[in-house]
Structures are given as structure tokens and as C-alpha cells.
Design a protein around this ligand. Structure first.
Ligand SMILES: [Zn+2]
Length: 348
């Protein structure tokens, strides 16, 4: 790892959030009335992601020597992780940015702290308070730094990518428009002195780089308390999302659109992991894909790079959604039992 010199534009790499993709899939399979809740959660997650994308653009323009980490996970309490979407590490301090993009007029409320927005239909959309989110991220990060024996100041701000009319927003609220991110960071950076030696900086950067994929995936139904038995099973029409009547193992038919659709078992299996359960066995696949025989189900399971767990009648398949997908797809190949542990190369 090379320490960036002053003036180098910070590089930011961000992956599409798997939870956001899972919610997009859930919108197709969940029925009313639970669908309303999924749609709201999808909107909230999109607002976060769109905010991050907008904030990334301005973080890239910032001219301070540092390294940007996205989607870092810090253990706040045993087994409880907090995700930090944007963390900027420099030799002088760490900055945390919590970005959002909410449209419209917003109302800030206390007890509990939250943001509300009145919708056109009169309903109220509630968002958790991004300032509280930011504070808990900074708190977890300070605790983590203490545990590493590192004395480095932690600062943070909420950055809004949307222009909003606010009501009740406290005067001292740490909220800035995303376009002010470069000025905010550069001004604060200039006023500080170096706290870390180049060596400690590199060591800390390496440790932070390992703070990923610590959270265990929780399927959407479990997270939102939706009864998985009420989901649409089988293949769905990509146009109208209605259930297909199956003609063969390879194609299905949508009565609604009067068209034949190719069946994609990789997508179907991924839907299971995203929405229903972290493992899948032969019987579950038969029921979910509406397959008639064990042989057909096992033929299909053998086409993908899944991890086999258990033995004989207890055999099930799984995969790590954070690390084992190819983009947002399950890799075609063969399932296997053993995994080669990813080799982590340490500098010295
Ligand atoms: Zn259709």
C-alpha cells in the first residue's frame, strides 16, 4: 500500500448493496398487504444508496491525502455490527459521512428522533434519524480505535444529496449538502496536525480494509417479519411479475402477457437465499420451483457454485451472498464442500 501524497484525488469504489437488490426481488414476490412495507423499505434503502452515489462524486473531488473505505463494518457490541458507508482515513483524523437523498419537505421530530415526510396520498413516510445513525457509527468507530490503541480524532457529518424544505431541524444539526463535502473536509484537514506516522497509517488502513463481510446475511422475510409461505412461488414473468404456468423445465408461460419465458434457475435459487432462508435443500427447491422429482432438483442444484453442508438426507446448499456472487448472480459451475480460504497478504 502506498500512502497517497497531498493533492491526490481520493479513489472511491462502491458495490451495489445486496440488501437493496434483495428488496427489489421482494417487491416481485411479496403480496399485499406486506408489499406496502417492502416498497417503503425499498424506498428508504434507495434513498441511502442514491445519497452515497452523490456523496462519492464529491468525496472524489476532495483534495486531501487519504484513503476512502466504503461499507466498513465495526462491531459495536459482541456480535452486533454497525455499517459505515463512507469512511475517510487520513494521518490527521477519520471522517465518517452518512449520505441521504430524500425528496420533498421533511419534518424533524424528537422522541424518538426521526424524519417524517407527508406523502401526496396523506400517508406519512418515516425515516430513522440519520444524525443518530451517524452518532452510533462514530461511537462504534471510536471504541474500535481505542481497542487498537490508536488515538485519532473522529469527525462526521450527514450529507444530503437533495434540496429539502425542513421543519424543526435543530440549528446545530450536523447536516450539509453533498456539494459542500470537499470544502468541509479540506477546511477541517488544514486545521489539524499529523497524528499518525506513515507506518501506523498504513497498518491502520490494512486493518480497516479487513473490516468487511462480518455481518451474517438475514433474508428479507426474516428482517421484515413477513411470512415466507405467503410469497409467490415458482418462476415469475419478467414483465408483469405474475406466476408462470410451467410448460417444460426450460420454459414457462405467462397467461397475462401470453408469452413464453425462459426459466432461470440461478435467479430462482438466489431469490430463495435473498428472501426466505440462508440454506436450501432438495425438497425446498422442489416446492419453491414447483419441480416434480428429486432428480430434477438435484440436477439443477448441481449446476451452480454453491457450498454443500450436511450429509445424506441432511444435505443442503448455501452461499455467502456478500462474497460469492458474480455481480448479482450465482456463478454457474459445480457445488463443492471445501473452500480455499481467501489468502490475505499482509505487508510485513
Ligand atoms: Zn407477464
Amino acid at each position: 500500500m502506498v500512502i497517497p501524497r497531498g493533492g491526490i484525488i481520493i479513489k472511491v469504489i462502491r458495490r451495489y448493496p445486496i440488501y437493496l437488490y434483495a428488496l427489489e426481488r421482494a417487491v416481485e414476490r411479496v403480496k399485499m398487504p406486506e408489499l406496502n412495507e417492502v416498497r417503503e423499505e425499498l424506498y428508504r434503502q434507495q434513498a441511502g444508496y442514491l445519497g452515497e452515489i452523490a456523496s462519492d462524486k464529491y468525496v472524489r473531488r476532495t483534495r486531501i491525502p487519504g484513503i476512502v473505505f466504503t461499507d466498513i463494518q465495526i462491531e459495536a457490541a459482541p456480535g452486533e455490527f454497525i455499517q459505515i458507508d463512507t469512511l475517510i482515513l487520513t494521518q490527521r483524523a477519520i471522517w465518517v459521512i452518512e449520505a441521504k437523498k430524500y425528496k420533498g419537505a421533511l419534518r424533524y421530530l424528537h422522541a424518538p428522533k426521526r424524519i417524517e415526510r407527508k406523502e401526496r396520498d396523506g400517508s406519512v413516510m418515516v425515516f430513522t434519524c440519520p444524525i443518530v445513525q451517524l452518532e452510533s457509527q462514530m461511537h462504534a468507530l471510536k471504541g474500535w480505535l481505542d481497542a487498537q490503541g490508536i488515538d485519532l480524532p473522529v469527525f462526521g457529518t450527514v450529507a444530503f444529496a437533495s434540496t429539502n424544505r425542513w421543519e424543526g431541524l435543530p440549528e446545530e444539526a450536523p447536516i450539509i449538502p453533498v456539494r459542500e463535502i470537499p470544502a468541509y473536509l479540506e477546511r477541517a484537514y488544514r486545521e489539524l496536525d499529523d497524528r499518525l506516522t506513515p507506518e501506523t497509517f498504513v497498518q491502520l488502513a490494512e486493518k480497516l480494509g479487513l473490516q468487511r463481510n462480518m455481518i451474517v446475511w438475514e433474508p428479507v422475510c426474516k428482517r421484515l417479519g413477513i411470512n415466507a409461505n405467503r410469497l409467490k412461488r415458482g418462476f415469475l414473468c419478467p414483465e408483469c411479475h405474475s406466476q408462470l404456468t410451467r410448460a417444460t423445465e426450460r420454459t414457462g408461460h405467462c397467461k397475462n402477457c401470453d408469452q413464453n419465458v425462459k426459466t432461470d434457475y440461478g435467479l430462482l435459487i438466489l431469490d430463495w437465499f435473498l428472501l426466505i432462508h440462508p440454506t436450501l435443500n432438495n425438497a425446498q427447491l422442489r416446492a419453491f420451483a414447483k419441480l416434480k422429482t428429486k432428480q430434477a432438483a438435484s440436477r439443477i442444484l448441481n449446476r451452480y457454485e454453491l457450498l454443500i453442508i450436511g450429509a445424506s438426507t441432511g444435505t443442503a446448499y448455501t452461499l455467502n451472498l456478500y462474497t460469492d456472487l458474480d455481480g448479482l448472480e450465482i456463478r454457474k459451475g459445480k457445488p463443492g464442500r471445501e473452500r480455499v480460504e481467501e489468502v490475505i497478504t499482509h505487508l510485513r
